[in-house]
Design a protein around this ligand. Structure first.
Ligand code: NAD
Length: 366
């Protein structure tokens, strides 16, 4: 499929992208795209995804969508980083090897620090370590971000409970967790330790077994949406809040780790109309990103990560969510209805970028 130049710039202009870079290295088979969306708050931070896209246009659209989401996520998490993302085109099982990853690392170095990368779908911490042999601009090689993501989701759930029921105590609260991977299983552990009743599901039997041993109950994957519970926590896939699942939900809160939980923006409004509080995904699941950002800053200053301080910062996800819920109460849309919490999160993140972007224009004598 051919890309016309006007189409490229149209795509970039639509969401005000700063830079899109294409890298290829025929010797290694590397084909990569790096999208830098916005660096108002600092260098663009975002993972490298390796995926066998149907075609190059799909790869380009995906990297743009993901990079823009990173701008909002970093800004909303209070980090001084911008948003970016990279994709390498190909099946990770077939194309990934040391030479390709190191070749990719050299290209990342050539961006001079405007883009800092880490793991994502199709890449592992081991891969990032290999990329790091060629570039200083990587993070997420010392600390595993997943348990920190779970810790943030746990505090986010507590904030939602306080907002809805006036009490953040988890004792006796019923949470249904979909997906028991790196984040979901750790979340289940934290919830059970706090006295919650937890119903779980996964398509992987081993993962289910480990959670049953912790004291969770099991339902078939297709039945998780209709579990009568206080909190439904999607920790597997994106797009799980959609036209068909939304009417089956029997919960008061949706709060989980999965990225892009809403199939589209209208599903955020639909949840609000049903009286279900939605914790915007990129706010509640920012614990891993906060960890990666800390690690990068500490490495640059030759310091060890202060885990206690890091956990305190991740706990702030709870108060951030409550602030966003208040914004959603106070801002009305064009038809006079409260904006969804999803929209409120975007307003909040954009406000931070605009405020600090304005400050950057101030002249500082050298
Ligand atoms: P993971 O791959 O370790 O776990 C995902 C789990 O979901 C797996 O156990 C898989 O078997 C299960 N699953 C897949 N399809 C399912 C289905 N139809 N029903 C039930 N279970 C199903 O991933 P993870 O790192 O735990 O991340 C979980 C989600 O959180 C993903 O959407 C990810 O993008 C998002 N996220 C993760 C992090 C992190 O730090 N790992 C950070 C932010 C967001």
């Amino acid at each position: 499929m051919q890309l016309q130049q006007s189409f490229m710039f149209e795509l970039m202009e639509r969401d005000d992208f700063e830079e899109v870079v294409f890298f290829q290295d025929a010797r290694t088979g590397l084909k990569a795209i790096v999208a830098i969306h916005d660096t108002t708050l600092g260098p663009a931070l975002g993972g490298t995804r390796i995926w066998s896209y149907k075609n190059e246009v799909d790869a380009l659209r995906d990297v743009l969508r993901l990079a823009k989401a990173m701008t909002l996520k970093s800004a909303a998490a209070g980090l001084n980083f911008g948003g970016g993302k990279a994709v390498i085109i190909g099946d990770p099982k077939k194309i990934k090897n040391e030479v390709l990853l190191r070749s990719y690392g050299r290209f990342i170095q050539s961006l001079g620090g405007r883009f800092i990368t880490g793991e994502d779908v199709g890449t592992t911490v081991g891969d990032i370590r290999i990329i790091k042999t060629e570039t200083d601009y990587v993070s997420g090689v010392k600390l595993d971000p997943s348990p920190f993501t779970a810790y943030g989701v746990y505090h986010g759930i507590k904030a939602c409970l306080e907002y809805v029921f006036g009490d953040d105590c988890l004792d006796g609260v019923h949470v249904a967790v979909q997906g028991l991977g790196k984040v979901g299983s750790e979340l289940v552990r934290l919830l059970i330790e706090s006295g919650a009743k937890v119903t779980v599901t996964d398509i992987d039997e081993e993962r289910v077994k480990a959670c049953l041993e912790m004291g969770a109950e099991y339902v078939e994957p297709s039945r998780i949406y209709s579990v009568e519970c206080d909190v439904f926590s999607p920790c597997a896939l994106g797009g799980v809040i959609n036209d068909s699942t939304i009417k089956r939900l029997r919960c008061r809160i949706v709060a989980g780790a999965a990225n892009n939980q809403l199939e589209s923006e209208k599903h955020g409004d639909m949840l609000a109309n049903l009286g279900i509080l939605y914790a915007p995904d990129y706010i509640i699941n920012a614990g891993g990103l906060i960890t990666v950002a800390h690690e990068y800053q500490c490495t640059n200053q030759y310091k060890e990560v202060d885990t206690e301080m890091l956990l305190k910062e991740i706990e702030q996800i709870g108060s951030r969510l409550k602030e966003i819920f208040r914004i959603s109460e106070n801002i009305l849309d064009s038809s006079g209805r409260q904006v969804s919490t999803h929209k409120a999160a975007e307003i909040w993140a954009m406000e931070r970028i605009e405020k600090l972007g304005g400050m950057k224009k101030m002249f500082i004598p050298q």
